[in-house]
Design a protein around this ligand. Structure first.
Ligand SMILES: [Zn+2]
Length: 194
């Protein structure tokens, strides 16, 4: 498994899967490092909702991964990294480094995050899509992350890597295809949906 990718909306257990894949390495001789975006402010280290933890390096870019002589590189919240970081992933793979990346695949408009698209274009050996419980209908079928601004769906386009303030203005919900609100232009045309 040279490149393993774990994708899904918020609250879909991506971090739990990353922790379960990588935490055994701390008891082995396998040299490994787990990166987390410095933009991720929720906690230090990858802590899944189950409470399991993984030691991480907070970084604004993955460039330092090229300086390390490690066998395995983990990346949490990979959608928060830049396109240049996906070039780093390519170099790591070419070197024979195993990479395990987890993150949100679809943005608040239901479109692939550009770094996630770049990751998929590297031809992963394994892609796992996880789902969450929809925060509206409680069905276990949420694939989207709805961003709410003062409680209303926020649909305007954001520049890549825009960090939304964590001051309560914005809240986040996992939503299924029925409950999500997307821009009209990104809806699947009716003739394709049948
Ligand atoms: Zn729903």
């Amino acid at each position: 498994m040279d490149l393993t990718v774990i994708l899904g909306p918020m609250k879909s257990g991506k971090s739990l899967e990353l922790v379960s894949l990588l935490s055994p390495l701390q008891f082995t001789d396998v040299r490994h490092r787990v990166f987390q975006s410095a933009r991720h402010v929720r906690d230090a280290g990858v802590v899944s909702r189950s409470g399991a933890a993984l030691a991480t390096v907070k970084a604004s870019s993955l460039a330092s991964a090229l300086d390390d002589d490690v066998d395995v590189v983990g990346i949490d919240e990979v959608h928060m990294f830049a396109m240049s970081d996906m070039a780093v992933v390519r170099t790591l793979l070419e070197r024979g480094t195993r990479v395990v990346a987890a993150g949100i695949d679809l943005d608040h408009r239901g479109e692939l995050f550009a770094p996630v698209r770049a990751l998929l274009e590297l031809g992963p050996a394994s892609v796992t899509y996880r789902r969450a419980v929809c925060d509206v209908c409680r069905g276990f079928s949420a694939v989207y992350t709805q961003v709410l601004e003062h409680g209303e769906p926020m649909l305007r386009e954001l520049a890549p890597s825009t960090a939304l303030p964590d001051d309560g203005t914005y809240t986040y919900e996992a939503r299924c295809r029925t409950c999500v609100v997307l821009p009209a232009t990104t809806r699947v045309p009716r003739q394709l949906a049948s």
